[in-house]
Ligand binder design. Sequence first.
Ligand SMILES: Cc1ncc(C[n+]2csc(CCOP(=O)(O)OP(=O)(O)O)c2C)c(N)n1
Length: 333
Amino acid sequence: MTEAPTSPPSDGAANTGARVLGLYRQLLLIRRAEERLITMFADGEVPGFIHLSVGQEAVSVGVMSALGAQDTIASTHRGHGHAIAKGLPLDGFFAELLARDEGLCRGRGGSMHVADMSVGMLGANGIVGAGLSIALGSALAHKRLGREQVAVAFFGDGALAEGLLHECMNMAALWRLPLLFVCENNGWSEFLPSSKQISFALADLARAYGIPHTRIDGNDVVAVADAAADIVGAVRAGGPAVLECMTTRVRGHFEGDAQKYRDPDDLDALGPLDPIRVAALLLAGLGVEDAALKAVADEVESRIEAAVEAARKGHDPDFAAAYADVYSPAEAV
Ligand SMILES: Cc1ncc(C[n+]2csc(CCOP(=O)(O)OP(=O)(O)O)c2C)c(N)n1
C-alpha cells in the first residue's frame, strides 16, 4: 500500500561511516527491543495491547537525530520507536511495558502511554491525533517562554481523518509556532487502506494552511535525518512545517493481528524496503566492515537483555495508590 517514495536518493557524499553507523545503532535498538516485546507478549508477559513500529524505525531515528534533549515530542499508539530514539532509559521503558512500579509511569501507562518529561517525551497516545494537540501546546509554550525549542507531533496517515489535525495545523500556522508535523504515512489506518478513508493529499492540505511540506522516503534513515536537520532548523527559526515520511508497516495493526485483510504479495514486497537493510547496504558502500555491524548488534542485544532482566525483577504497582495523580484532593482545588 505504500506509495513509491518521491525523494531524490540521499546524498552519500555527506555521509561518513561513523554517522551512518550511529543511526544504524538506533535503528537496531528499536527493532531488537520490539522483537523482544513480540516474544514476551506472546508469552503473556506484556499486559494490554502493543502496536509495533517494525519497518518504520527510520522515521523515529532520522527525526530524533535533528533534535536536542530539550526539544519535545508527542507520539502515537505506535510510539516505541519515538520513545527509544528520544532517549528514554531502556530500563524504565521495559519496566513500564511490563507494568512494574519501576516503570517510567510507575506501570500505570504501559505501551500506549509511555512518557518521560526529562527527555522531552510528552507521551504516547491511544487516541488517534491527540498527540497533535499536546505538541501544539508544547510549541506554544516554547514560543511564549522565548525558548529556542521545537515541538514535534508524530502522527499516522489515519490521523488525517481527524478534525483535530485541521485545528492544530490552522493554529500552528496562524501563531507561527515552532511545531514540526511528522506524518508516518504507512498507507494503513487500522485494517483499512488510508486511500479508502482520506480524500486529499497531505501536501495540498499543508498548502491550504500555508505550511511548507516535504515528502521523503521514510525508510531511508539518512534521507530522513538530512531532511529533518534542514526542516528543524527552519522550524526553530520560525514557523511550522510538515514532513511526510513514506514508510511501511510490517506487523499487524496491533500485535496478534494476523493481517488477513492484506495481500500477501504486498507484505512480501516490503523486504527490500526494510530500513535496517537499506542502512546496512549504505554502510557496506561506505566501506564499513561487517564486524563493526556485528559489534553494534552485540552491544544492542546486551543492553536490551539487561533492561528486560531488570524489569522482570521489578515490583507490581501498588494498586491502592492507583488514584494518586488522577484526582486532586478536594481541599487542593
Ligand atoms: C479518535 C480515535 N478514533 C479511532 C480510534 C481507533 N483507531 C486506533 S488506531 C486507528 C488507525 C490509526 O492509523 P494511523 O493513524 O495511520 O496509524 P498507524 O496505525 O498506521 O500507525 C484507529 C482508527 C482511536 N484510537 N482514536
